[in-house]
Design a protein around this ligand. Structure first.
Ligand SMILES: *Cc1c(COP(=O)(O)O)cnc(C)c1O
Length: 343
């Protein structure tokens, strides 16, 4: 992979905004450099633009050095930054699987970048060669998601590896649900693939969707580009502090994941007993895709009972399917009770 060739010219030439915090980062006592208010500490100070303390902590947890970590306002931010780094609007394109996470398409549309979609097979899996065939000279990145949303399954590891070694552009691998999966992350293989960008998030297994914190892992050259493009203070003080505090909850997080996996199994075993359920797809994530007779009707019935699931029945290969998040034992019981009323 030739990073220089992949980057947009304006990004290659970009001289990033240099903040007061960037220019001076040593020990000091009097800060008169950033036009901050001296009162209302600690909220008066701009946050660390590169979040070093938080990255050091994440580095320990993920066993990846801080220079290979980018933190964003959710995973949405690095998704958008991939487009802004590599894809010339109206010229370049990306390749992705179908169905998958809707944000890739939205970010592409906002950046005026074409998405070349390759339909998954009946088992919701893909062949690397099909994605490579969909690419042309203007394809800067391939987006895949494993475990995939909304289908719930891990993608074939061998095919992902073929894609990584067969494509000379960027491969974005979204691992938002990896903590719920029986296979491990690609993180230990990060150094084998200079074109790999792994996305993870604190929104799912860590239970921090509200503080908006997502991660991208890649080689330092790519992280450096992302840092040039992002808003200087993209992660605010509250999020940085709260994340540091909540990262101490690793044991609780492991417990939550265990409960959710037990509950997932319970739902997978119980749902097929309802006569209107046609198929419960296997899941490696914290949600289940369920094919039903009259999915829309059941969606509306549940809504009337103040239980909200996701209607995916208009999505490619998800006809008549609802995506159900695995909740707490009590929440899942409410769901099953409501469905029981229907028979
Ligand atoms: C939920 C989800 C994310 C997380 O997004 P955040 O912006 O970090 O909350 C990322 N990718 C996929 C596929 C998801 O389903």
């Amino acid at each position: 992979m030739n990073l220089e060739k992949l980057l947009r010219n304006n990004i290659k030439a970009l001289k990033p905004y240099s903040s007061a915090r960037d220019e001076f980062s040593g020990e000091a006592e009097v800060f008169l450099d950033a036009n901050e208010n001296p009162y209302n500490a600690p909220y008066n100070r701009y946050p660390d633009p590169l979040q070093w303390r938080l990255k050091t902590k994440i580095a320990e947890i993920k066993q990846v050095p801080p220079e290979k970590i980018f933190l964003g306002n959710g995973s949405d931010e690095p998704i958008d930054i991939v487009f802004r780094s590599f894809c010339e609007p109206g010229v370049d394109n990306i390749v992705s699987i179908d169905p998958t996470y809707g944000m890739y398409q939205v970010a592409a549309d906002i950046n005026n970048v074409e998405v070349r979609k390759v339909k998954l097979d009946k088992n919701y899996n893909f062949k690397a060669q099909d994605l490579l065939n969909a690419a042309n000279l203007y394809t800067k990145a391939i987006f895949i998601c494993s475990p995939n949303n909304p289908t719930g399954n891990l993608l074939d590891r061998g095919e992902i590896e073929k894609l990584l070694s067969g494509f000379d552009g960027i491969v974005v691998l979204d691992e938002a649900y990896i903590d719920f999966a029986p296979e491990s992350s690609f993180l230990p293989q990060l150094d084998q693939y200079p074109n790999l960008i792994i996305l993870q998030t604190f929104s799912k297994a860590w239970g921090m969707a509200g503080i908006r914190l997502g991660m991208a892992f890649a080689q330092p050259e790519i992280i450096h580009i992302f840092n040039k493009i992002k808003y200087p203070y993209n992660i605010n003080i509250l999020t940085q502090q709260k994340a540091l505090e909540l990262l101490e909850k690793a044991p609780e997080k492991a417990e939550w994941v265990n409960i959710i996996l037990t509950e997932r199994l319970k739902l997978i075993e119980t749902l097929p007993k309802f006569p209107f359920v046609q198929k419960v797809y296997p899941s490696d994530a914290n949600f289940i895709l369920v094919k039903m007779h009259d999915a829309r009707g059941i969606y509306e019935y549940l809504t009337e009972n103040r239980i909200i699931v996701r209607d995916r029945s208009k999505v490619t290969l998800c006809e008549d399917s609802l995506r159900i998040t695995v909740g707490s034992p009590e929440e899942n019981e409410r769901l099953l009770d409501a469905l029981n009323e229907l028979i």
